[in-house]
Design a protein around this ligand. Structure first.
Ligand SMILES: [Zn+2]
Length: 486
C-alpha cells in the first residue's frame, strides 16, 4: 500500500476555543485516510529531511520496507496544513450574481435577481459554465466540502452533480423543491408529485453517478413559503426513507422578519416557522437550517431537541440586511453550528469571508446589548469553518480535523514573508503575486496579506483569517487526492 508522509507544520481545532499548532509534524496518509500522526518537537533537526526517505523515516521510528511506495512531501517553511474549509450553504446556481443585490431584502431579491437567473440554467451549456466556475472558485479558496443548492430543474441539478464529481470536491447537491402559488409560474414545480419525483430522481442520480459517496443528493425544500403542505410532507417522508443511507435535508429558516410574517400567514395552523417544518417531519439530526436569525426561544429548544444543525451565513445576512444571528446563544444552547457563504445572498465563495464576518457580526451583537461573551474569537471562527461545518453536515469525526482515522481533506496555506530587501526583485514579485520558483522546489505566490516573520502562529492565523484569500491556498486535497494545486 502506498503511503504519503507530510512533514512540516500543521494546525487544526481541538475544541471550539483551542487550536493545536504542531511545528514539526509527520502525518502518514494512505488511501486518503490519516494513518498516523507524529509530533516531533525538539528531537527534529532540519537536516533530517535531507536524508534518503527510508533512512529518514527509520530514524523517526517508522517501519517501511518498501521505499518505492513511499512519497515524502516536505511542507515549505511558512506554510501550514489545515483542514479543508466547509461551506454548509451555497447556491451554485446564483454564482454569476455575486455582489448584485442592490438595496433589496430577501423577498424582493429572490424575484428580481435570483429566480430569473436560476430559471435560465435550464440551458445545459450555461448551467455547466456557471457550475464549473463556481465549484472551481470554491475549491481554489480551500473549500473541500460544500452543501449546494442547484435549481428547480432536475436536469440542471444533475449537471452540478457531474461537475462536482469531475472536479473532486466533496459535496451535497440539492434540487430546489418549490411548488407553491407564491412562486412565479415560469419557475416552479408543476405539482407536489412532480416536486417529489424530481427530488427522488436527483438523489438517485448522485447515488448512481458516484458510488464512493463523496457527492450525495440532499433533500431541499427551498423554504416554507415556496412549498405546498403536500410537498413538505412528501419530502419529510423521503427524508425518513433515507435515514439508513444518512440522507440529509437542507432548507432556509427565519432569515428575514417579513419572511417570518409571511410564514405565519401561510401556515396559520402552526405555532412557529420551525413548527411548520416539524409537523412535516423535516426537523431531524440530518437537517441543515440556514440563517435561523429570528427564532424564538421555543423554536431554538425545538431545533435543539431535534438535533438539527444551523448554517450561519453572516456575509449574506449583512448584504441583504436580514439581521444578526446571536451565534453564542445557539452554541451555549448546544445547537450544532457551521458557516455558509450563501452565495449569492453572500458576495464571496470564500468561507474565510464568512468566518471573518462571523467575528465582526458578533461584535455588533455584543455591542447591541448581548455582552462581551457574544464575541466570536479567531479560534472559534476557524472551528466553525471546519469542525462545526462537519458536524452540521453529518461528517463529524470524518473531516474538519487532523486525527488518525480522518479523511485527508486538507489545504496547504502559504504565509510568505515580505523580503528583507525591499529594493530587490523578490519584493516586486510578491507585490505582483507572480509565480516564483524557490530553490527549484516550491512555487510561491504573494497574496494580499503580508507576513513579516516575527508573528507568532496565532498572529499568523489571525492575519490569514482577516486578510487572506485564494492566493494563500497553495494546494487542496479531497479524500487524499490532490484536486487543486497552484
Ligand atoms: Zn440560501
Amino acid at each position: 500500500m502506498s503511503k504519503t508522509y507530510y512533514i512540516g507544520t500543521f494546525i487544526h481545532s481541538l475544541t471550539l476555543t483551542t487550536l493545536e499548532i504542531v511545528e514539526h509534524g509527520i502525518i502518514c496518509v494512505s488511501n486518503g485516510i490519516i494513518r498516523s500522526i507524529q509530533r516531533m518537537g525538539e528531537d527534529y533537526s532540519e537536516s533530517d529531511s535531507t536524508l534518503p526517505p527510508s533512512a529518514f523515516l527509520q530514524k523517526l521510528g517508522h517501519d517501511n520496507n518498501n521505499a518505492q511506495q513511499l512519497t515524502i512531501r516536505i511542507i515549505p517553511k511558512n506554510h501550514f496544513l489545515f483542514p479543508g474549509l466547509i461551506d454548509t450553504h451555497i447556491h451554485a446556481s446564483q454564482y454569476p450574481n455575486l455582489g448584485i443585490f442592490g438595496k433589496t431584502t430577501l423577498l424582493e431579491w429572490l424575484n428580481k435577481y435570483t429566480f430569473p437567473l436560476e430559471a435560465s440554467l435550464t440551458d445545459p451549456a450555461k448551467a455547466k459554465r456557471v457550475y464549473r466556475q463556481c465549484v472551481q472558485r470554491s475549491l481554489r479558496n480551500g473549500t473541500t466540502t460544500a452543501a449546494y443548492y442547484a435549481t428547480q430543474s432536475a436536469r440542471s441539478t444533475n449537471i452540478l452533480t457531474d461537475v462536482l464529481i469531475d472536479l473532486g470536491q466533496r459535496g451535497f447537491v440539492g434540487r430546489c423543491a418549490m411548488d407553491s402559488d407564491l412562486q412565479p409560474k415560469w419557475y416552479r414545480d408543476e405539482s407536489p408529485k412532480a416536486a417529489k419525483d424530481d427530488t427522488s430522481a436527483c438523489v438517485g442520480y448522485c447515488k448512481e453517478a458516484d458510488q464512493s459517496g463523496r457527492v450525495r443528493g440532499i433533500i431541499t425544500p427551498r423554504f416554507a413559503p415556496s412549498c405546498s403542505r403536500d410537498t413538505l410532507s412528501n419530502l419529510g417522508r423521503l427524508l425518513a426513507d433515507g435515514e439508513q443511507d444518512g440522507l440529509l435535508c437542507q432548507t432556509h429558516i427565519s432569515e428575514n422578519k417579513n419572511e417570518v410574517e409571511l410564514v405565519k400567514q401561510l401556515f396559520p395552523e402552526c405555532s412557529s416557522y420551525a413548527h411548520v417544518y416539524d409537523v412535516h417531519n423535516l426537523l431531524t439530526p440530518r437537517t441543515v437550517l440556514a440563517h435561523a436569525i429570528h427564532l424564538t426561544e421555543d423554536e431554538i429548544a425545538l431545533i435543539k431537541s431535534r438535533e438539527c444543525g444551523v448554517s450561519h451565513c453572516p456575509t449574506s445576512n449583512m448584504a441583504l440586511g436580514s439581521g444578526s444571528l446571536w451565534v453564542r446563544h445557539l452554541l451555549d444552547e448546544g445547537v450544532k453550528v457551521g458557516l455558509g457563504t450563501d452565495v449569492s445572498g453572500g458576495y464571496d465563495v470564500n468561507v474565510l469571508e464568512a468566518a471573518r464576518m462571523a467575528c465582526l457580526v458578533s461584535r455588533g451583537v455584543a455591542e447591541g446589548g448581548k455582552g462581551e461573551r457574544s464575541k466570536i474569537s479567531v479560534e472559534e471562527a476557524l472551528w466553525l469553518a471546519t469542525r462545526g461545518g462537519a458536524e452540521v453536515l453529518g461528517l463529524g469525526g470524518k473531516v474538519g480535523g487532523l486525527e488518525v482515522g480522518m479523511v485527508w481533506d486538507v489545504i496547504l496555506v502559504g504565509a510568505d514573508e515580505v523580503p528583507v530587501d525591499q529594493d530587490g526583485e523578490e519584493a516586486e514579485k510578491m507585490l505582483n503575486g507572480v509565480h516564483h520558483d524557490h530553490d527549484g522546489k516550491q512555487t510561491k505566490i504573494g497574496g494580499k496579506v503580508d507576513f513579516f516573520g516575527w508573528e507568532t502562529w496565532e498572529e499568523k492565523l489571525a492575519k490569514w483569517l482577516f486578510s487572506g484569500d485564494d492566493r494563500n491556498i497553495r494546494a487542496v486535497w479531497v479524500g487524499g487526492e490532490l484536486v487543486c494545486r497552484k
